[in-house]
Design a protein around this ligand. Sequence first.
Ligand SMILES: [Zn+2]
Length: 508
Amino acid sequence: MVYYRKYRPQTLDEIIGQEHIKNALKKAHESNRLSHAYLFAGPKGSGKTSTARILAKMINCEVGGPCNKCSTCLSITDGSNLDLIEIDAASNRGIDDIRELREKIKLAPTSSKKKVYIIDEVHMLTTEAFNALLKTLEEPPSHVLFILATTDPHKIPQTILSRVQRFDFQAAKEEEIIEYLKNVIKIEKLKISDEALNLIAKKSEGSFRDGLKILDQLASSGNEITLEDVENIYKSGKSEDSIKLLNFIADADTKSALEFVTELSERGISLKEFINQTLHTLRLLLLIKHDTKKDESLSGLSQKLSSPQIVKIVNSLGIALEKMKFVSIPTLPLEIAVVESCQEQEVPRGERVSQVPQGEENNIGNKPRDTRDTSKPRDISNELISPAIPAPISDAQEIIIIKDKWAYILETIKPYNFSLEALLKQSKIVSFESETLILEVPYSFHKRILEAPKSRELLESVLAEVLGKSAKVSTVLGTRPVRVEELANVEVAADDEIIKIASEIFNS
Ligand SMILES: [Zn+2]
């Protein structure tokens, strides 16, 4: 069993630190005064979900505390308890998910006293979903306990905050991580030097979970762990790996590049460390290109990439590093950066000639475009970004791309602004001229809403993602799909739906 499962704390006492939270929960439990809704806020790996599960046991244990022996406790530990519902808001963030939850909440627990809902990363919910959740929190059935967990409490609406009891988890201190890991080391009969253990604690950045993962990984190759072994984990994503990835990018080999990111992640390499390492390599490449440094191992790569191309990869990786703090799929930001960089390599030859210093065209100019197999369900390059566009790109081609990607554009907008998506469905793509997409809408009401800065910014940013360059949106009033005699009443006719949508857009 992986350490992360095996050593998950099963009682409040097994949780290290967070004393104020443990005491408060114990007292509330003893005096039968537990709240019906909690918010656990704090950094990743600080014990929020573990505490939530323990709280579920405290409430539903057959002998009145987490005994970890009764069938309820055991079923919570092994994840088979039907009255403990864990929802990852990062992937179930829409109103439909919350509506479904509201329906199911009415049903009584199957075998326990209470149904416990743990909603992880709750800040990821959409506004509509928050509103639906709020209604549930306002009138919670007595057989339900909510535990909301988040790494980003400031993104949670005040209306929700006012209805929950909030606990703030602190990032684990290095000595706490050491204490925690020492216990595991003892049980697993591992031999590890103090320096090695200190380095693990330092690199865990306040996360028990990260520390445990690293230890698990190290232990898989032997019971004796040295400082060098630990250093290797952070270094193994070293220059050779960076050079390898940059070569794939230089060859516009998206497939191999993405597979390599997966491989790095499976090797347990910290992608953050890896990106930093790659940025370091890119810096060396720039210095080499400008004759301020010499490095044999990088000469091949420095031939393949021009300075502007290096700068663009640096920018993409910088963005990936930022995004990493927020996403729930840790590999995603790097994957996006890789896809973007590869496509940058494929894009317009006309454009590239000006970028490529003399004598370098031969290396990169005539690359066969990779033929993507569209039947593959998980080709991330197709999901995230439009396919490479042959040069020169005319407005006519842009319009084809936009039409081709329209469904994707709408899908992307939907989770951010449900109503805008609904409105866009009713608009018609007219043309694309001088970097502006012209949409035809049936009512002036539509026009006003689509031209509101909030809607426009969202649509334009999704368009920019699809087209790979910035684009503006403009709307024109078209023919109204109504009979003449209704014209006078047109806006009133459509009132309910449109006014509702408009108010949602302007108030959300
Ligand atoms: Zn029990």
